[in-house]
Structure formats: structure tokens, C-alpha cells
Ligand binder design. Structure first.
Ligand SMILES: *[C@@H]1O[C@H](CO)[C@@H](O)[C@H](O)[C@H]1NC(C)=O
Ligand SMILES: *[C@@H]1O[C@H](CO)[C@@H](O)[C@H](O)[C@H]1NC(C)=O
Length: 622
């Protein structure tokens, strides 16, 4: 059986009933399409579950349109409302303006050779150009392939080659978190040695026809060294043609390819269709009760599902605005964006929220102007109860829900609802989105569904499952399993360990492959992590298994201590022994400052494991 890398999202929203009722009323007045029914299929129509297998609501029906078709409807209804606000560029685009600019860019891209089905790789931070390019590419029926803009030259080359991309849209600079911007001239010269002259000469990437350059350096980089690239502004203004001809798009066309793993040595590129991401975005927005009055502040990156689908597609299907505080995460810019644009929603991973709360606590950003916030998304790791309480109290993020998914499922499959009991919003990732089916199966035999409240591997089916991994039938076959009774139905094995309760709430208990097997006994790292997070000296913790001669594997804890905490390794062990049991006590404790993380903030445990093995060799384990 194959085990897959997923990035799961935990999205938390606290709410209050009154507010929810008001929002609902406001939305109904705005005449938006019907909300999903609040009745759960499991608890209302089929009674309580005995097997861990459930379906989401069947209402509202799925959108059977392409993204540009649906967008046209939003533009005609909400054209004068802000679609995208870029705080760092001091630019606001209404839905009308976004529509016009993306048409113009689409024509310009066409004039430099972008055709339907071509892969256009985009390496940008969160900016207006990225937003315009997204819709231009969708309108052309080309395929948007976001790249992590901090990729080095080798990573960019291997990503472009994997997808045989025809075009690359890239900034003269890459903005990095807490560092000076990176000058991209060197990287571009590596990709296309002729870029300083008249021809690209991109021998390393034979498929590459043009590089489109967004000058985001405010004069820091001299673009004359990059003369063979086409300036973005020229592409946007370059075509005299007025209308974009019909591209005969189909809702089942692939429109977005996302790399799922952080490394490019063995890239897996999930192919998503219009129907996949349009519907997922719309459903996420529905569950957050988004309306055209909402202003969603989005620090997470657009090159990841979190920014692109939970952020961008969720707002654009609801006529809401999205705000980009900065190109790369900056806690101060994020808070200022909320204050200046009266944000009603704030997205982030737990560490982003912690950094923001710290700025408020030490007075760098005044604790005012957050009264419009009502909801938020926290993804990438679970949100400790204490952090939730602070988000509620200080940032007014009253609606705190949890939501779960992976790139291959477009990405969200489970999400808590606004009328779920508070305990469910802390302990579970909620129930299924509409038209989604999930079951918990035996990891050693995916055709066997387990009973409720039993840990196994979560499998997902429905409209949201990706088409395939690009150009990789082997990995696709390993990931997408036909249903034993209905071969037209496909299940995506998530690689995540989970259980489902009798009402269909799903709890994620870890990664199947992160399980530690100590002397034949299964140990769930999350259990130890949650226990240690309860210690006031512990700021963050990640638990992995390290090889051991006697037990096969033993528990190792990588701990970030709170400032001023004088925690010692012995106390860590005692804490676990008293609350859990002896065999769960970490044999090794490593004090660390930070963790290797994916873009969504998920800790890369395989790297921690390598680090742990290396440090033990160097005699550094406590
Ligand atoms: C950017 O990099 C290029 C190539 O290394 C260099 O010539 C140029 O001076 C750099 N620009 C800045 C502003 O550092
Ligand atoms: C592009 O067109 C817009 C509006 O027509 C104009 O304001 C802008 O200066 C033009 N930019 C370039 C680089 O030609």
C-alpha cells in the first residue's frame, strides 16, 4: 500500500449564534445562491453511524460551470465591489477592473504564444499581478502552475521541466519572510543564459518560450540585465485586439497544477479541474458564511492551496474582497491590513497568529481596529486551546472552525460548521463538505471500512478528487483506488490517520507513516505532542520516532521552549509519564528554535528525523 504526502489543514472558527443568524439574514438579502443545508445527512436522514463511512449534504447542487463562466456572473452582480486589495502596492481592483485587466492580460499572453492547455508557471508573492494572471490564465484555458517563489534555480528548472511549462511569470525579486528581498537576476540567468541579450536560450528548459517579468523591486534590481524577458506591463497593454475569442473551455479541463511536496527530487503535481476548485472554493466560503460584505485578509501564500483556493476561490465565488498585506508573510503588515481595510476574516497558520499576537502584546501594533473581524482560518497544524482563546479574545475571531484536506482533494474535504458544539470545533475537523464522501479504512487493506471511533486511514471520494498526478500514471494508480463495488467511483487515500464518530465528525490523529512503532506497539505522536503542549514551558513540540537497537524505534521530542522557560529534559519525561504512560516518555529531547516546515506551516517530520539521527551521532540528544 502506498502512503501519500498530504498537507492537512486545520481551520478553526469560533462563532456566536446571534452573529451567524445576522450574517445569514444579510446574505439572504443579497440574494446569493442557497446555502448548503444545515442538516447533516448522517444525523438526520440515516440515523447514527456504526461504520466510519459518511456522505456530506447533497445541497446545494454542484456548480457545473467553468471558473470564467462563474466569474462572469459574480462580475455582473458585484462589479463595483472590491475583488482584490494589495496593501503593499496600495492598489484596489473591483471585480469589473479585475475582469478587464485579466482580459487584457489574457490577450497579451495569447500574443506571446500561450495557448489552451499550456502550463504557465507563476513564481510570485501575494500581489495584484498574481491575481490578474490567475484569471487571465483561467480565461485562456491554460493551466496555472504556482511555484514557491523561494525556489532556487535548480528547483525552478526541475519544476518547469516536470510540467514542460511554456511560460514563466516571475518577479525581479522574491520577498522572503524576515529577510531582505532576493535578487532574481542570477536565477534567471541560470534558467535562460541569453536573458541579458535578445534571445532567452533556455537550453535547460527546452519547453520554455517566454519569461514574463514582474518588476516588483521598486528600483532595486536593474531589469536592463534581463532584456530578453517580456515586461508584465507590456504583456498587459500589448494587444490591440478588444475581445478574447471563445476558448471552448470545459468544466472538466485541468486548470491548476499544484506541487504537493516541498522537494522537487520526486515531484508530485496534482492536476485539478475547473469543477474541482470552483466548487471547493464556493463550499469553503459557504461554510464561513462569506458575503459580498466580507473582507478577507490573506497572509498565507497564493502559491499554496491555502492562499489560492481557501483564500482566492472562496472569496471570488462570493463577491467578497481579499486583501494581501505583503508579498511574503509579515505579521505587522497583516495586522495593519486588518485595521486599514476593516478586515472581517483573517487567515494564518498557528505560528503566524502567534507572531501577530506577540506584536499586539508588546505594543508594536495598537490593540484596536479589530472589531470587524468575525472569522478566521488557521491551517497547517492544530490550534492549541490557549491560542484559540486568545484569537477569540484579542482579535475578535469569534468564529473558529477546523477544516481538513489535502492538495489532491482540491483541498478541503471536512470542515466544521457554525452550529457545531464548541467541543467538536476543538477536537475534530468537522463533517464532510457537500457531495463529499469519506471513510476510515484498514491501512493494510483499504477495501475494509472500519467501525466508528476506530483509528485507520482516511479515504476521500467525490467531485473534489484530483484528475491525476501530471505525467505519472504509476503514482496516480497508487493514490487513486477504484471502489471495490463501483469501479466508476475513485477513492483518494490520504495517508492520514483518523477516526469518525457516530455523527460523522472526523478527528485526525496523525500521519500513518508518522506512527512510531516501539517494540511492536503503535505510538501516536499527536497524543504526546498534545500532552506536552499543555506544559507552560513548551511553545511548540514535534514528536518523531528514531531508530533504536532494542525497540526498533523510540520516541524523540523536538521542543521549542517558551521565552524565559527553564524547562529541563527530565521534566518533559515526568510530564508525559504522569499524564500518559511510561512507554510514551520521550527517550530523547532536543531543544530547537524552529522546525523545517512546508509552505502551509506543516512540520516536515522526515527532516526532523534526519536531524535527530545526525544529532544522536554527534552525541547531542538529551
Ligand atoms: C542583482 O544581481 C545581478 C546579477 O548578480 C547583479 O549584477 C545586480 O547588481 C544585482 N542587483 C542588485 C540591486 O543587487
Ligand atoms: C498600460 O495601459 C494603461 C491604461 O491604458 C496605462 O495607464 C499604462 O501607462 C500603460 N502601461 C504601459 C507600460 O504602457
Amino acid at each position: 500500500m502506498s502512503i501519500l504526502i498530504s498537507s492537512f489543514l486545520l481551520i478553526a472558527t469560533i462563532y456566536d449564534y446571534q452573529h451567524q443568524a445576522m450574517t445569514l439574514l444579510r446574505t439572504l438579502r443579497c440574494g446569493r445562491r442557497g446555502f448548503e443545508s444545515f442538516r447533516s445527512s448522517s444525523s438526520f436522514t440515516r440515523g447514527l453511524l456504526t461504520q466510519a463511512h459518511d456522505r456530506g449534504p447533497s445541497e446545494p447542487p454542484l456548480l457545473e460551470q467553468t471558473i470564467p463562466e462563474h466569474f462572469a456572473g459574480v462580475v455582473s452582480k458585484h462589479g463595483d465591489r472590491n475583488a482584490v486589495i494589495s496593501r503593499h502596492q496600495r492598489t484596489e481592483l473591483t471585480y469589473d477592473a479585475l475582469d478587464r485587466k485579466s482580459n487584457a492580460l489574457a490577450r497579451g499572453l495569447q500574443s506571446i504564444g500561450v495557448k489552451k492547455g499550456d502550463r504557465v508557471s507563476v513564481s510570485l508573492g501575494n500581489n495584484i499581478e498574481f491575481a490578474i494572471a490567475t484569471y487571465a490564465i483561467f480565461k485562456l484555458g491554460a493551466v496555472l502552475n504556482p511555484l514557491n517563489p523561494s525556489f532556487n534555480a535548480g528547483q525552478v528548472v526541475s519544476a518547469l521541466n516536470h510540467l514542460e511549462s511554456s511560460h514563466l511569470i516571475i518577479g525581479t525579486e522574491t520577498h522572503l519572510i524576515r529577510k531582505d528581498p532576493r535578487n532574481n537576476t542570477e536565477i534567471l540567468k541560470h534558467i535562460a543564459p541569453g536573458i541579458g541579450g535578445k534571445k532567452l536560450e533556455a537550453d535547460l528548459v527546452p519547453s520554455l518560450k517566454e519569461i514574463v517579468l514582474v518588476d516588483n523591486s521598486r528600483g532595486r534590481v536593474d531589469p536592463s540585465q534581463l532584456s530578453a524577458a517580456v515586461p508584465f506591463a507590456d504583456v498587459q497593454n500589448g494587444s490591440s485586439q478588444e475581445t478574447l475569442s471563445d476558448q471552448s473551455l470545459d468544466k472538466n479541463d485541468i486548470v491548476n497544477i499544484q506541487f504537493t511536496s516541498g522537494t522537487t527530487s520526486s515531484p508530485k503535481a496534482a492536476c485539478l479541474t475547473h469543477r474541482n476548485i470552483l466548487n471547493n472554493g464556493a463550499q469553503i466560503g459557504d461554510r464561513m458564511l462569506l458575503t459580498p460584505d466580507d473582507v478577507v485578509v490573506c497572509p498565507p501564500p497564493l502559491f499554496h492551496c491555502f492562499g489560492c483556493i481557501l483564500g482566492y476561490m472562496a472569496t471570488a465565488t462570493h463577491g467578497s474582497s481579499i486583501v494581501f498585506p505583503s508579498e511574503a508573510f509579515d505579521p505587522e503588515a497583516s495586522l495593519r491590513a486588518v485595521q486599514e481595510y476593516r478586515g472581517t476574516a483573517l487567515y494564518g497558520v498557528a505560528t503566524m497568529f502567534l507572531a501577530e499576537l506577540e506584536l499586539i502584546a508588546n505594543g508594536v501594533v495598537p490593540n484596536e481596529g479589530f472589531q470587524h473581524l468575525r472569522t478566521g482560518i488557521a491551517a497547517g497544524s492544530s490550534v492549541p486551546a490557549e491560542l484559540m482563546r486568545k484569537l477569540h479574545k484579542i482579535l475578535n475571531l469569534e468564529e473558529l472552525t477546523i477544516c481538513y484536506g489535502m492538495t489532491e482533494t482540491s483541498p478541503v474535504s471536512c470542515m466544521t460548521r457554525t452550529d457545531d458544539p464548541i467541543k467538536k470545533r476543538i477536537d475534530t475537523v468537522g463533517r464532510l463538505l457537500p457531495h463529499v464522501e469519506c471513510k476510515v479504512v484498514d491501512p493494510s487493506d483499504p477495501t475494509t471500512t472500519l467501525p466508528i471511533n476506530t483509528r485507520g486511514e482516511l479515504a476521500t471520494s467525490g467531485y473534489l478528487v484530483m484528475e491525476e498526478y501530471f505525467n505519472d500514471p504509476l503514482k496516480t494508480r497508487e493514490a487513486l483506488i477504484p471502489d471495490p463495488h463501483d469501479p466508476t467511483k475513485i477513492w483518494m487515500l490520504t495517508g492520514d490517520e483518523a477516526f469518525m464518530d457516530e455523527e460523522g465528525y472526523v478527528s485526525i490523529t496523525g500521519r500513518i507513516k508518522d506512527l512510531i512503532i516501539r517494540g511492536g506497539e503503535n505510538i501516536h505522536p499527536l497524543e504526546i505532542e498534545n500532552c506536552l503542549l499543555g506544559h507552560e514551558g513548551v511553545r511548540e513540540v514535534s514528536v518523531v520516532g528514531l531508530p533504536d537497537e532494542r525497540y526498533g524505534e523510540v520516541v524523540a521530542a523536538f521542543v521549542v521552549r517558551n521565552k524565559d522557560a527553564t524547562l529541563e529534559a527530565g521534566e518533559v519525561g515526568e510530564w508525559v509519564r504522569e499524564r500518559l504512560s511510561g512507554h510514551l516518555v520521550p527517550k530523547y529531547v532536543f531543544w530547537v528554535q524552529d522546525y523545517p516546515k512546508t509552505a502551509s506551516g506543516k512540520i516536515q517530520k522526515f527532516i526532523l528525523k534526519e536531524d535527530g539521527i545526525r544529532m544522536l551521532k554527534e552525541g547531542k540528544g538529551l
